[in-house]
Design a protein around this ligand. Structure first.
Ligand code: SF4
Ligand code: SF4
Length: 521
């Protein structure tokens, strides 16, 4: 075995770990050190130190577990992009409450501990772990028969509202949440219960089978007011067999037909696996742009964690798709969306989320917002929220774009069309003589724009506490505590008694702040 670090995401053995300490004959290090962070051992999940280094224009995480040896993982295929993206970091927003003390150091204090740098803008509440699929790429598959009670659900939502006040999004997940026997009561509690109006979008993460196959359920879903967050990995036969364990293409197409027929607001969520469906990003974007019901597409590059994801590739070497690679694939496959149209979403760490927003012209075509708005204003409008705010800042930004388009030809021959389309939109949406409610403004904005997100979850190989500390995607625990998504999936899920009743509690346990201390603060 080679004595130095390998080329790809290599899991080295114990012997390789000791060999890698031997000096190379030329005494030159193969890589440049960039930063120090903490991660976990992919084998025992102990917290260990990690280095971020540059080699051959790429960014790698290197770490050594005293028990299980050395590990190296590519975290970005493009060192220049990686460094530039860090310039988009913005201060976070404080949550209204913290629940744990800083006692053992990140990530052993989740959460949220007093050191956490961001509030939650995308909370995820898992209401069951029952599912009728066993997807090989599932990052959360539990399948122990857990089903949340209505009382626990209400308590968790109450605590969440207490922690955040208002929420742009709440995602109900599972398992398959639509299989929960009290599913619609849960939706009603969020949208029509005591917190009505506090959650702007209730999203349901689903494979779509009940919408596709059960017309009564689909009707009720539409009436519930929830958004469908639909797993849609492919438009080709054969791919679902591999990623989801069974051919699902016909069912997915039926589900999309129902979405159109009933006008169900929908977010498309493809999991992207290198070599399996990464040639379909362009086709999935075209599909989303062609459906009025689809407000956004969230690409999730495969993360090797969870009961399913852990085993999909025994070693993620060569299978990881990093952020710049996804941008490049989108550029190659669409021919009109370019990598510079994507920017890190400032609410999370720049390596977690990137996005672009598309604006619909009068002729039905879409143009990327960064083509004609000031990118700094654009990012400001996105600060600390994953969705575009429909407020005076958006209006100001678009008005500035109009001024700019009057005075310069910023988007070539399309400038007149962009100009008229923007004016139409502003006239219909921000009319002082006939003011719309925020919900109506949001709905109009949604019809006129679409978002493409890339959300890159971490696994035990690339877990980086620098990213965790800024996490804005939090799992909601039944007691209302919030757990940063990748920290929960990689460290805490395995000892959650809801899903693994026989598991030992994780040690050291996070130190809870008592209710009276929170009230005194
Ligand atoms: S991820 Fe956040 S909540 Fe968890 S230990 Fe780190 S700073 Fe605290
Ligand atoms: S869930 Fe993971 S990838 Fe997403 S924002 Fe949190 S730390 Fe980043």
């Amino acid at each position: 075995m080679e004595a130095h670090w390998g080329e790809e995401s290599v899991i080295s053995t114990q012997s390789a770990a000791s060999e890698c300490c031997a000096p190379r004959p030329d005494r030159q290090r193969a890589e440049a050190f960039f930063s120090y962070t903490r991660s976990i051992c992919p084998t025992c999940r102990d917290v260990i130190d990690a280095h971020i280094v540059f080699r051959d224009g790429r960014v790698l995480m290197q770490k050594k577990c005293p028990k299980h040896g050395a590990f190296e993982t590519e975290v970005s295929s493009d060192a220049q992009y990686y460094v530039e993206s860090l310039g988009y970091t913005k201060p976070g927003t404080l949550p209204l409450r913290f629940d744990t003390r800083v006692a053992h150091g990140c990530p052993l204090d989740c959460g949220l501990c007093e050191d956490h740098l961001q509030h939650t803008c995308s909370p995820i509440l898992e209401i069951n772990d029952v599912c009728d699929l066993t997807c090989p790429v599932c990052i959360v598959r539990n399948q122990q028969g857990y089903s949340m009670s209505l009382e626990s659900f209400q308590h968790a939502v109450d605590k969440l509202i207490e922690a955040e006040g208002e929420l742009p999004i709440l995602l109900l997940s599972g398992g398959e949440p639509t299989l929960h026997p009290r599913f619609f009561e849960f939706c009603d509690y969020v949208l029509r219960g005591p917190h009505a109006g506090k959650v702007r979008r209730l999203l349901i993460s689903s494979h779509g089978r009940k919408i596709a196959n059960n017309p009564r359920f689909a009707e009720r879903f539409k009436q519930s007011g929830a958004y469908l967050s639909l797993q849609l990995d492919s438009l080709r036969p054969g791919v679902y067999d591999k990623l989801r364990g069974v051919e699902l293409l016909d069912m997915k197409l039926q589900c999309l037909d129902k979405v159109k027929e009933l006008d169900i607001p929908t977010v498309l969520v493809p999991t992207i696996s290198k070599g399996d469906n990464c040639a379909e990003l362009g086709a999935l974007i075209e599909l989303g742009l062609g459906l009025d019901q689809v407000s956004s597409i969230v690409f999730q590059p495969m993360a090797h964690t969870g009961d399913g994801g852990d085993g999909f590739h025994t070693n993620p070497a060569g299978h990881r798709l990093t952020m710049p690679e996804v941008h490049q694939l989108i550029e190659e496959q669409t021919g009109w969306l370019r990598r510079e149209h994507f920017h890190p979403v400032p609410c999370s760490h720049p390596s977690c989320y990137t996005a672009t927003y598309l604006f619909r012209l009068r002729d039905g075509r879409y143009v990327p917002l960064p083509e004609f708005v000031d990118v700094r204003q654009y990012l400001d409008a996105m600060t600390n929220q994953a969705i575009l705010r429909t407020d005076d800042k958006l209006e100001r930004m678009l008005l500035d774009a109009i001024t700019e388009l009057w005075s310069a030809t910023k988007v070539g021959e399309d400038s007149q069309l962009v100009l008229h389309s923007l004016k139409d939109f502003l006239k219909q949406t921000f009319n002082s003589r006939n003011p719309l409610t925020p919900v109506e403004i949001e709905r109009r904005t949604e019809l006129q724009s679409k978002a493409i997100f890339i959300h890159s979850f971490m696994d035990p190989f690339d877990l980086d506490v620098a990213r965790l500390k800024k996490c804005c995607t939090h799992y909601v625990m039944p007691d209302g505590r919030l757990m940063p998504g990748c920290s929960y999936n990689n460290l805490y899920r395995q000892s959650d008694p809801r899903f693994f009743p026989k598991a030992q509690a994780r040690t050291p346990a996070p130190v809870l702040i008592s209710e009276s201390e929170i009230l005194d603060a």
